[in-house]
Design a binder for this molecule. Structure first.
Ligand SMILES: CC(=O)N[C@H]1[C@@H](OP(=O)(O)OP(=O)(O)OC[C@H]2O[C@@H](n3ccc(=O)[nH]c3=O)[C@H](O)[C@@H]2O)O[C@H](CO)[C@@H](O)[C@@H]1O
Ligand SMILES: C=C(OP(=O)(O)O)C(=O)O
Length: 437
């Protein structure tokens, strides 16, 4: 198992390109199950979650080709008789559930293990099941598996209907992806109300339309899908990773750095920009691009102001950047309040930041962040993907050495994070955890 050793205190300088999005790539890959023609994706990041999705699709009869060191991934269904997504693979990532809708729609049957993913609190799948049931699927749970069949014991197509996907904390991103993918091949028109508006849903709709689907309204709370009988080949470029991009913006700010990011999806990060502007960090386009792929420069005032932030569904502040922003606010001049409205227990980074000298007080879904003059390097433990990213950022700013154990969590979502940070001038090494005293 690997660990990161970081010597803090170096301002980041230079330019890096944002990779393709993990959370967009995973449902896009699963959608390859909707056709027997080849699907080619460009700019797929090299991450352990992507490797696990490849293994899952191979187990479901897909041939996958990925040239060494390229972002291109070619997926082609060659055996459409397999319908089981085994616990061993699906437990490693939440997005494993994304094969459920496509399997049901195309093969009439699915047996999919309840998914895993980050340990960030309860993560039910009731909305996914509610949506697919509304399309006529028969679903029951058996031994930790979701067992589903399309109408008439798997012999008929799903049926378009009105589907409401609102839950206690808003809509569901992967649930919307699942239902939208399934509805693309259903008979008749499906209207998803209270759909997730996340950009990754829009990216998926764009690819499905490229395959011949008839989807309108993706990116809004009402998505209309006119089912078609078959979908065909497509060549699609994955959107840039807005969470990776936001993480590097905050890395620049926390080290008082000056960096440029290419392939930056500025239009998807307006809530981050808004909060950062209050803090004293500006993200300025160098080239306008189209708002989804820009070049930007990050500049930071020396004094960081405190700010209140509430995580919300898109276009609100993303929960996947909460830990990173909290690390920055630890160094602001005053009291900030961070409230989690999506995953109210997503605070495993709090105890670790305390080890580094942060002043944090949690009450239920909120954390009072009282700014301190400095953070001090310490041994800490990565607990989940974004909490670990928050610790890396804290380590980059801290005085002295920070050791972060269990960085496999980071490898789920950041391609070669230590190399990117090294290119920007950080002192960070990946070491075998066993070699540490
Ligand atoms: C692989 C991927 O894309 N993961 C992202 C996706 O996860 P994921 O799609 O799993 O997250 P959801 O949007 O489904 O979850 C949002 C909220 O809805 C609740 N809920 C969800 C499903 C359900 O059936 N019932 C229910 O109550 C969840 O507990 C949570 O409170 O969106 C999250 C919210 O932006 C991000 O943090 C994750 O990084
Ligand atoms: C929570 C995340 O991923 P997952 O949903 O796969 O656990 C994430 O990307 O921050």
């Amino acid at each position: 198992m690997d660990a990161f050793v970081i010597e803090g205190g170096r301002p980041l300088r230079g330019s890096v390109r944002v990779n393709g999005s993990k959370n967009a790539s995973l449902p896009l890959m699963a959608a390859a199950l909707l056709t027997d023609e080849p699907v080619t994706l460009h700019d797929v990041p090299r991450l352990s979650d992507i490797g696990n999705m490849v293994r899952l699709l191979e187990a479901l009869g897909c041939t996958v080709e990925r040239p060494e060191n390229a972002g291109r991934l070619s997926l082609h269904v060659t055996d459409d008789t397999r319908v089981e997504a085994h616990y061993d693979i699906v437990r490693t990532m939440r997005a494993g559930i994304c094969v459920l809708g496509p399997l049901l729609a195309r093969r009439g049957r699915a047996r999919v293990s309840m998914p895993g993913g980050c340990a960030i609190g309860d993560r039910p799948v009731d909305l996914h099941l509610r949506g697919l049931r509304a399309l006529g699927a028969e679903i029951h749970l058996e031994g930790g598996y979701i067992v589903a069949t399309s109408p008439a014991n798997g012999t008929e197509r799903l049926r378009g209907r009105s589907v409401f996907l609102g839950g206690p904390n808003g809509s569901t991103v992967l649930g919307t992806a699942n239902v939208m993918s399934a509805a693309a091949l259903a008979e008749g028109v499906t209207v998803i109300e209270s759909a997730a508006c996340e950009p990754e849903v829009e990216d998926l709709a764009g690819m499905l339309n490229g395959m011949g689907a008839k989807i309108t309204g993706a990116g809004t709370p009402r998505i209309t899908i006119e089912g078609v009988e078959r979908l065909s080949s497509v060549d699609h470029t994955v959107m840039p990773d807005r969470i990776e991009a936001g993480t590097y913006v905050i890395a620049s700010a926390i080290t008082n750095g000056d960096i440029e990011l290419e392939n930056y999806p500025g239009q998807t990060l307006l809530a981050l920009h808004d909060r950062l502007e209050q803090v004293g960090v500006e993200v300025t386009p160098d080239e306008a691009g189209d708002g989804w792929r820009q070049r930007v420069r990050i500049s930071t005032r020396r004094r960081l102001e405190p700010v209140h932030v509430v995580t919300q569904p898109h276009p609100g502040f993303p929960t996947d950047l909460q830990a990173q922003l909290m690390a920055l606010l630890c160094l602001a001049d005053g009291n900030s309040m961070v409230t989690e409205k999506i995953f109210p227990d997503r605070f495993l980074h709090v105890a670790e930041l305390l080890r580094m000298g942060a002043n944090l007080t949690r009450t239920g879904p909120s954390v009072l962040v009282s700014g301190v003059g400095e953070l001090v390097g310490a041994p800490v433990m990565a607990s989940d993907l974004r909490a670990s990213a928050g610790l890396v950022l804290a380590g980059l700013a801290a005085r002295g050495t920070t050791i972060i154990r269990r960085v496999y969590h980071l490898d789920r979502g950041y391609e070669r994070m230590e190399r990117t940070l090294q290119e920007l001038g950080a002192t960070i090494e990946r070491v075998d955890q066993e070699t540490l005293a």
